[in-house]
Design a protein around this ligand. Structure first.
Ligand SMILES: NC(=O)c1ccc[n+]([C@@H]2O[C@H](COP(=O)([O-])OP(=O)(O)OC[C@H]3O[C@@H](n4cnc5c(N)ncnc54)[C@H](OP(=O)(O)O)[C@@H]3O)[C@@H](O)[C@H]2O)c1
Length: 233
């Protein structure tokens, strides 16, 4: 793959690696100061990607909140907020979800060709629906986003999506926030599932920054692209 956006993964996790619990209510892992930091990072990106399950479960708006940041983007000739991107195999997405209704920005849904008719019927009025063959491959999605001018992509979960970007070596940066508590439920969603990760004990990520933000800790890691030589041993 020759061209793809810079891919930044953003996630908040409990100390025991969970990004949610199994209750109906959304689990608040971060704090207001950190939400504002995330807002600042969002404002620097061209697109934000989440998995379909995060849309179904959290119903996020995924917009830049601060007025001055939105204005700054407009002054630079950009839309107020980054475009929104998701992918689905089932096509089970509600056009009334805030992902689709909030913000005057383009929304893109990638799906396998088999789900194209269903997705277009449901979402054609609120999103650009793109069929990408037999299955949705991340490299195909990233190449398509690059062709649409996306240079910097923020991936905001959930775990299935993070796992794919990390195992496929398609992430450049990980911004991981650790909340000061445990979830303690083995069945609660995790930051990542099992997999073959290019970054293991023999190929460690680089710590770019560690910052305390109120009661949470932000760790920022840089990941090598698989074609980059060398190990940290
Ligand atoms: N703490 C945090 O920072 C944070 C952030 C975001 C989300 N979360 C939490 O994460 C949980 C959701 O995570 P999750 O792992 O269940 O789901 P997810 O990663 O949000 O979405 C998974 C879904 O995305 C679609 N998808 C993913 N990869 C695909 C591919 N290659 N091709 C086609 N479709 C693909 C599928 O949708 P279909 O099923 O429609 O086919 C799949 O079921 C929620 O509990 C949410 O609260 C936490």
């Amino acid at each position: 793959m020759t061209e793809r956006p810079y891919v930044l993964l953003s996630c908040a996790s409990s100390i025991d690696g969970h990004i949610d619990d199994n209750t109906e209510e959304r689990l608040l892992l971060s704090n207001d100061e950190d939400f504002d930091r995330v807002d600042e990072v969002r404002a620097t990106c061209d697109a934000i990607l989440v998995g379909a399950n995060t849309i179904r479960r959290d119903n996020p708006r995924l917009l830049v909140r601060a007025q001055d940041r939105r204005q700054n983007r407009v002054t630079r000739g950009l839309p107020e907020s980054p475009i929104k991107v998701t992918f689905t195999s089932s096509g089970d997405l509600d056009p009334e979800a805030k992902f689709f209704t909030a913000g005057d920005v383009e929304k893109i849904v990638y799906c396998p060709d088999a789900a194209l008719d269903k997705c277009r019927d449901r979402l054609g009025g609120v999103a650009t629906v793109v069929g990408v063959g037999e299955a949705v491959g991340l490299e195909t999605v990233l190449a398509d986003l690059a062709s649409r001018g996306i240079r910097r992509l923020m991936v905001e979960g959930g775990g299935t999506v993070h796992t794919q970007f990390l195992t496929e070596g398609l992430a450049d940066e990980l911004q991981l926030v650790i909340a000061p508590f445990f979830v303690g439920d083995a069945d609660a969603p995790r930051f990542v599932g099992p997999g073959s990760f290019p970054h293991h004990s023999g190929n460690r990520m680089t710590v770019a920054e560690v910052r305390q933000i109120g009661d949470v800790i932000l760790a920022r890691y840089l990941l090598r692209r698989p074609d980059e030589a060398g190990t940290d041993q």
